[in-house]
Design a protein around this ligand. Structure first.
Ligand code: URA
Length: 433
């Protein structure tokens, strides 16, 4: 392993057998964590060429079960979305059931929180009984029964990514194109995804803050996916502020349920979700064009079919059968809830990364691989860019374990937001395709 680290440290391309050896050791957990960390840093610093990236992705995909839905006779296309990570990004909880309600099947392998961004698997941990680490048999059964399933990496499902992802999270080695490509596409290949839409985030809360970097990452993922026989489209979308009205694990599940039932719908979250769903419906042959696709998605929401698919997925994964009906009964609530006071004015700009870091400070994310997280904490009722705030309208509500943590998070949130006199020019939500 040291020879492999040395080769990458010195800027040499790794040979396929070296990559296979690393992936095998990640998958069976025989790799020393210091070796995995050092190699991740060497790759972060020196990169990988297209051949190395393809070899890493293929080896990581083959590190566990690879599902072939055609052989299994799935009656519709296997479609999926993946985001490069953001703050308040709960799109997966909306997209998976909407696409399922429109005739697609969504076998989604997702991850834990990464850096300052929240992770779908941590959010699912807020649902009592939901088994996200159920292994391939139940994964298949839930996909067939509900039309969608969301699981995490296990010893059978993308095991190499499971460990490397956790190591990268703890070692400041996330923002590396080859590591992101291999991490995402290995999970999609494992799950037998036939068409993929990528949500490449850009802006203050994204790993690729700069639009050009985000475009390049999207390009790299689409090209690598096509080479694997998985047609893909990437949308570069705005992550310059919290997506939706909440950020924090249980709070985001609650917001997603409210969105599915129509109790409350944040317009930016809605627009991004419909755009991503539409790409999948068109690619999967379930809609004639984007307008037809968007109409089908809206109908799936309005009819309650999307909410039903979400409820079915939760129940088949072991969660409560009445989660959608009674979310407050099941989702953890923080003991302290306080407003984040605002000066009079209009929200001009938000440092979404600082808000993600404030959530980690509240205990809602990890600093080390084995950290336990508090699923109840975070922010709700977040005032969007352009909102008038002041005496009657705080910047957000903070949900914390105790008063001291709430006070710290209030100060951090206030520092992350600029309030001014004039309404800002609205940022384009979908930057490019
Ligand atoms: N999402 C992933 O699954 N992996 C990454 O590396 C980044 C975002």
């Amino acid at each position: 392993m040291q020879d492999i680290i040395r080769a990458k440290r010195d800027g040499r391309a790794l040979e396929r057998p070296q990559i296979d050896a690393v992936v095998a050791a990640l998958a069976d957990r025989s790799i020393a964590l210091e070796h995995a960390a050092a190699l991740a840093m060497a790759i972060y610093l020196n990169g990988m060429d297209a051949g190395e990236t393809a070899a890493l992705t293929g080896a990581m995909a083959r590190s566990g079960t690879v599902i072939d839905w055609r052989a299994e006779g799935l009656p519709g296309p296997a479609l999926d979305k993946h985001s490069t990570g953001g703050v308040g990004d709960k799109v997966s909880f909306l997209l998976a059931p909407i696409v399922a309600a429109c005739g697609g099947y969504v076998p989604m392998v997702a991850g834990r929180g990464l850096g300052h961004t929240g992770g779908t698997i941590d959010k699912l941990a807020a649902i009592p009984g939901y088994d996200a680490f159920c292994g391939p048999d139940r994964f298949r059964a839930v996909v067939c029964g509900a039309g969608c399933a969301i699981v995490g990496q296990t010893p059978d499902i993308a095991p190499a990514d499971g460990l490397l992802y956790a190591v990268r999270d703890a070692t400041a080695t996330i923002e590396s194109t080859p590591l992101i490509v291999a991490s995402i596409l290995s999970k999609k290949a494992t799950a037998g995804v036939q068409h993929l839409v990528m949500d490449i985030k850009t802006g203050s809360g994204a790993f690729m803050r700069d639009g050009a970097e985000a475009w390049a990452l999207g390009d790299a993922i689409v090209a690598a996916a096509a080479a694997m026989g998985m047609p893909a489209v990437a949308l570069v979308t705005d992550m310059g502020s919290v997506l939706g009205a909440s950020a924090g694990n249980a709070l985001e599940v609650a917001e997603a349920i409210a969105h599915l039932t129509g109790a409350a719908r944040d317009p930016r979250l809605h627009a991004v979700t419909i755009a991503l769903c539409s790409e999948l419906l068109v690619m999967g042959g379930l809609a004639a064009d984007p307008a037809d696709a968007a109409a089908r998605c809206e109908a799936a929401l309005a009819s309650g079919r999307a909410a039903e698919a979400f409820q079915r997925m939760v129940a088949l994964h072991g969660g409560p059968a009445d989660l959608v009906e009674r979310p407050r009964r099941h989702l953890a609530q923080a003991p302290v809830v306080r407003p984040v006071p605002a000066p009079d004015g209009v929200v001009q700009r938000v440092d979404a990364r600082a808000i993600g870091e404030a959530i980690i400070g509240l205990g809602g994310g990890r600093r080390r691989i084995a950290d336990a997280i508090d699923l109840s904490v975070g922010f709700s009722a977040v005032a969007p860019v352009g909102a008038a705030v002041g005496a009657g309208r705080p910047l957000a509500l903070v949900h914390a374990a105790d008063t001291a943590a709430a006070e710290r998070a209030i100060a951090e949130f206030q520092n992350a937001v600029i309030v001014g006199g004039e309404a800002p020019r609205p940022a384009a939500l979908i930057r490019s395709r």
